[in-house]
Design a protein around this ligand. Structure first.
Ligand code: NAD
Length: 358
């Protein structure tokens, strides 16, 4: 098999971590007998510098005709003062919309060798932590009508949460399908005791649940979910929720694993095309110093192999290689807890070596 991958290296540490992720993909391709072609495209600050816009048309065209998109991270202080539509982050929203990527999948996994990085008490995570957060990405309050007006008390502002049955059904299905492939448990998060949009969300999820009798389904209010994530996170398998609740809860779920440099993500739509990126940003404070942890980006390539390229065996091998690397004690500075550590490049070398045998 042969696959075309669009590559957005981006800004800050983006080029360094993407370089290591490509080496890991190549190692997996060599071992499992498929080939990959990479095409670099611009997005973010580097695109602004070269073309004047954060998301050039050519980038969208190349991404649309690829099998998958690999993204490092975009943004940095150099572009912080530009108006909103010209900032690097506008590229992120733009590419998700242009590719119809309405589902964001973020695994929050506590790697056993890194359990000391977890800020929760040891007994709470004794059984490990492996949650998949599924967040709706192109609807809800981030895309609803907003504005400013003048009310009885002077200036006012408003944002609108709006969801259609279709939008809830399609993200709900992603949640159920993902649960079927994991622990067969899905929790849908809403605020149905207050919000009408959440009541429609819940009704729709209940209807959908009847189609998935093998998945244990429950609902939870968002405030309770925020609490349960730190009280009893092991109760969750797959969690599905709206854009804003997902934004907040997926950061909470990530942080309880204690290692921002370790967590990958996938953004998916109706077809197999997906965009794969680490959850962290461009870390301008350590850019160009060989200090970035490349593991989140390398783990993003495992998600790419699983969800877009249908190479689950290669995906498993990359994840096992990362696990073995950590078990052998190799650490970049962010996960070394002040102890001895290695750089970005050497971490990439070790993972590639592990992929050959993992
Ligand atoms: P950040 O995630 O870039 O960095 C937060 C902290 O974590 C920093 O101390 C950084 O050094 C560290 N860190 C992040 N990734 C790391 C890694 N792989 N290895 C080691 N340490 C790592 O968040 P920020 O500082 O708030 O944002 C920096 C820039 O990134 C901003 O311009 C922001 O808009 C942008 N950003 C981009 C994305 C994206 O491209 N998807 C996401 C978030 C933030």
């Amino acid at each position: 098999m042969h696959y075309n991958i669009a590559v957005i290296r981006g800004d800050g540490i983006g080029p360094e971590i993407v370089g290591e992720a490509i080496r890991a993909l190549d190692a997996a391709a060599k071992r499992f007998g498929f080939t990959l072609n990479y095409q670099d495209v611009l997005m973010g600050g580097c695109a602004i510098d070269k073309t004047g816009v954060p998301l050039p048309e050519e980038t969208i065209t190349v991404c649309k005709s690829s099998d998958a998109v690999l993204l490092g991270a975009v943004g940095g202080p150099k572009w912080d003062t530009l108006p909103g539509h010209l900032r690097p982050e506008a590229g992120l929203l733009g590419i998700r919309a242009a590719l119809g990527l309405y589902a964001n999948l973020r695994p929050a996994v506590l790697f056993a060798p890194l359990k000391d990085a977890c800020p929760l008490k040891a007994e709470i995570v004794a059984g490990g932590l492996d949650i998949l957060m599924v967040r709706e990405l192109t609807g809800g309050i981030y895309f609803g009508e907003r504005g400013r007006t003048t009310g009885a008390n002077g200036e006012e502002a408003y944002d609108t949460e709006r969801y259609s049955v279709m939008e809830v059904e399609r993200i709900g299905r992603i949640g159920f399908e993902a649960a079927k492939k994991r622990g067969s448990k899905l929790t849908s998060i809403d605020k149905a005791n207050v919000l009408e949009s959440s009541r429609l969300w819940r009704e729709t999820m209940h209807r959908l649940a009847k189609e998935y009798p093998d998945v244990a389904y429950d609902d939870m209010l968002v405030d309770n979910c925020a609490m349960q994530l730190v009280r009893n996170p092991a109760r969750f398998d797959v969690v599905v929720t709206s854009n804003m609740f997902g934004d907040i809860l997926s950061d909470e779920a990530s942080m309880i694993t204690g290692s921002i440099g370790m967590l990958p993500s996938a953004s998916l739509g109706d077809g197999t095309l997906g965009l794969y990126e680490p959850i962290h940003g461009s870390a301008p404070d350590i850019a160009g110093t060989d200090a970035a942890n490349p593991l989140a980006t390398i783990l993003s390539t495992a998600m790419m192999l699983r969800y877009s390229l249908n190479q689950p065996v290669a995906a498993d091998a990359i994840e096992r290689a990362v696990q073995k690397t950590l078990e052998e004690g190799w650490r970049t500075a962010d996960i070394a807890a002040g102890k001895e550590h290695i750089g970005t490049r050497q971490m990439g070398d070790i993972v590639c070596r592990m992929i050959e045998t993992a």
